[in-house]
Ligand binder design. Structure first.
Ligand SMILES: NC(=O)c1ccc[n+]([C@@H]2O[C@H](COP(=O)([O-])OP(=O)(O)OC[C@H]3O[C@@H](n4cnc5c(N)ncnc54)[C@H](OP(=O)(O)O)[C@@H]3O)[C@@H](O)[C@H]2O)c1
Length: 322
């Protein structure tokens, strides 16, 4: 699928797993330079291998990663023979894929991640996806102050800190004439005069991943719901403050088949299964991470240049039930 995000510099928190990983792969296949952020280098290595389509991600070794390197590209660890698709085994494609170790709850980590990712794009970031998140199943009478802080720190503060860290690199500075495709590898002569003036050609955007739980209520997870409601409100507020330079939108998935959903099923207990969950949806199933990734890339596409402040459910019709 082509989204027109080639030559874009993309930073994705939560890119080591689930929705963030699927979005990273979709942007990377589209030709973008993608940095994924996570707390754990081993998970980072495996994620790079999975995104690059390695036949055996477990066997990929990144020199220095286990010794504490803060960042590495896929090219540093992935060899051609380990890639299932020869087109993506090329060094130039693997150079476009990077892991950055950072905890989004820490301001210094967020700043470091922004600096490293911006380096890809001559000091600029075009797209920030905030997908790092935690789920918590606890009724109000069970919630402790520590539980509250843990969820709010990652889901809300982490989103805010990453936006703060990336904003200086997303604002246009002396690049008004820049056109995607005019940089390395692009072919300016193929651009028509009309295409050069499309507003989307200078597009910058932030996509926050909230949840259907940020739109309606959900049983047994009040702090998670509150955190996602905060992400929805933060999105709308920043869409106003950051206009016209940066578009800010928010995606609200229903249940998506990821490790987070598995944890949710486990926490629910009482034999509650994926099939039980699926039965609650008008579409009769939960989502695949790739289906949400497709919407993320579509919202981020420079062709989608008039959308900001939008809260987009991707939930198989769940929130359409009155
Ligand atoms: N799956 C669903 O059913 C569903 C539904 C609605 C909304 N969502 C939302 O979608 C987003 C992604 O969920 P998912 O299902 O893809 O979850 P997931 O597979 O569990 O992945 C969570 C990601 O968050 C990262 N993360 C957690 N804490 C972090 C921290 N302090 N610093 C940096 N990274 C951190 C993890 O990275 P490391 O562990 O490698 O650090 C991991 O990459 C979340 O915001 C979630 O609330 C999910």
């Amino acid at each position: 699928m082509e989204y027109g995000c080639n030559d874009r510099v993309v930073l994705i928190t939560g890119g080591t797993s689930g929705i963030g990983l699927a979005a990273a792969r979709a942007f990377w296949l589209d030709g973008a330079s993608v940095s994924i952020v996570g707390r754990d280098r081993v998970r980072g290595m495996k994620a790079l291998a999975a995104i690059a389509g390695c036949k055996d991600p477990e066997r990929v070794v990144f020199p220095g990663a286990k010794e504490g390197k803060e960042t590495f590209t896929a090219a540093e660890g992935i060899k051609e023979e380990n890639c299932s698709d020869p087109d993506f085994a090329e060094n130039s494609a693997l150079e476009r894929l990077r892991f950055i170790r950072a905890d989004v709850t820490k301001q210094a980590d967020c700043r470091m991640a922004a600096v490293i990712a911006a380096h890809y794009g001559k000091e600029r970031i075009h797209i920030l996806v905030n997908s790092a998140g935690l789920y918590q199943e606890k009724r109000i009478e069970q919630v402790t102050a520590a539980d509250y802080n843990r969820i709010m720190d990652v889901n809300v503060k982490g989103t805010l800190l990453m936006i703060q860290a990336c904003q200086p690199y997303m604002l246009p500075h002396g690049e008004e004439a820049e056109i995607p495709g005019s940089g390395s590898g692009g072919n300016l002569s193929e651009e028509t005069e009309a295409a050069k003036t499309l507003p989307g050609k200078k597009d910058r955007c932030i996509i926050n991943i909230a949840s259907d739980a940020g739109i309606g209520g959900n049983y047994g997870c009040p702090v998670y719901c509150a955190s996602k409601g905060a992400v929805v409100s933060l999105t709308r507020a920043l869409a106003l403050d950051m206009s016209p330079d940066i578009r800010v939108n928010c995606i609200c998935p229903g249940d998506v088949d990821t490790p987070l959903m598995e944890a949710q099923l486990k926490a629910a207990g009482d034999g509650y299964t994926k099939e039980d969950m699926a039965a609650e949806y008008p579409l009769g199933r939960v989502a695949l991470p790739e289906e949400v990734a497709h919407v993320i890339c579509s919202v981020a596409s420079p062709a989608n240049s008039f959308m900001t402040g939008a809260v987009v459910p991707v939930d198989g019709g769940l929130t359409a039930i009155g």
